[in-house]
Ligand binder design. Structure first.
Ligand code: B1M
Length: 210
């Protein structure tokens, strides 16, 4: 079995210490960190997502799997960030109000950092005012929002409206992503960019600062 399979299985079997061990092993073997992400961590979370959807597992299991994924991300983060030293733009990123999902957002953050962006990660359940404060404080090129549940999609719209109302809209580009989000919808609500996944998010961000 390859070490990437081992990483995936460590998530599916809820063993964070193993996720750390196998991620380190994969790095030592010289495997591209982006491959470790996609074939190891994202693949493992993909299986968990399917099991959760079909009620084969429940919230506690999903949380342990998320712990595994975050442990792996912590190992990969410095390596991906070191790949690019010069900033090509600043992104303020957060999961919108009432939404606590952060795995996908953190993957997007890491891929952006790996591509040379400076990322200010505001975390989860970020209300519109916090995004506005962050624009004033950090002067980002891009505001990036993650929304994972259909019930929090309106909060993306509310945040965009709040940015417009605060008079800061022309200072930033706005990018949105997450499982229920579509490009058409993002354009319809006044956003500028969309990424289907973390790789597409990097392409979209590059286009927005290019
Ligand atoms: Co939740 N959850 N969850 N959950 N959860 C989903 C999203 C759900 C689809 C599961 C299901 O029922 N089928 C469903 C939403 C259904 C809907 O929208 N109608 C759901 C639900 C209902 C809920 C709760 C309401 C459950 C409950 O309590 N009854 C609750 C809500 C809590 C809240 O947010 N207020 C809840 C809670 C949780 C946990 C806390 C247990 C946990 C989150 C842990 C954490 O994040 N730290 C959790 C998880 C893990 C999931 C699933 C299983 C996996 C999500 C994930 O991490 N995927 C998910 C089911 C699924 O996706 N199959 C589910 C892996 C990740 C790599 O993918 O997040 O899609 P993803 O990110 C991708 C892309 O979307 C994209 O790139 C990422 C990387 O490729 N992307 C962007 C994301 N953000 C982007 C931003 C961009 C661009 C691209 O630009 C800015």
């Amino acid at each position: 079995m390859s070490v990437l399979e081992d990483i995936k299985n460590s998530i599916i079997t809820y063993k964070p210490a193993k996720t750390i061990e196998f991620c380190q092993q994969a790095i030592n073997e010289g495997i591209d960190p982006k491959l470790i992400l996609s074939e190891g961590l994202i693949a493992g979370m993909g299986v968990i997502g399917e099991k959760f959807k079909s009620n084969k597992i429940y919230v506690p299991e999903v949380l342990i799997a998320a712990k595994c994924t975050h442990a792996g991300l912590d190992i990969l983060k410095p390596i991906l960030a070191a790949a690019k030293a010069v900033s090509i733009g600043k992104v303020v990123l957060g999961t919108v109000k009432d939404d606590l999902h952060d795995i996908g957002k953190n993957l997007v953050a890491m891929m952006l950092e790996g591509a040379g962006f400076e990322v200010v990660n505001l975390g989860v359940n970020v209300d519109p005012e916090k995004f506005i404060e962050a624009i004033k404080e950090h002067h980002p090129n891009i505001i990036a929002m993650s929304s994972l549940i259909t019930s929090t999609l309106p909060n993306v719209e509310t945040t965009i409206k709040a940015i417009v109302d605060s008079g800061l809209r022309d200072q930033v580009k706005i990018m949105v992503g997450g499982a229920p989000v579509t490009e058409e919808w993002v354009m319809q609500i006044g956003g500028d960019g969309f990424g289907k996944d973390a790789t597409a998010a990097v392409d979209a961000a590059k286009k927005l600062v290019g």
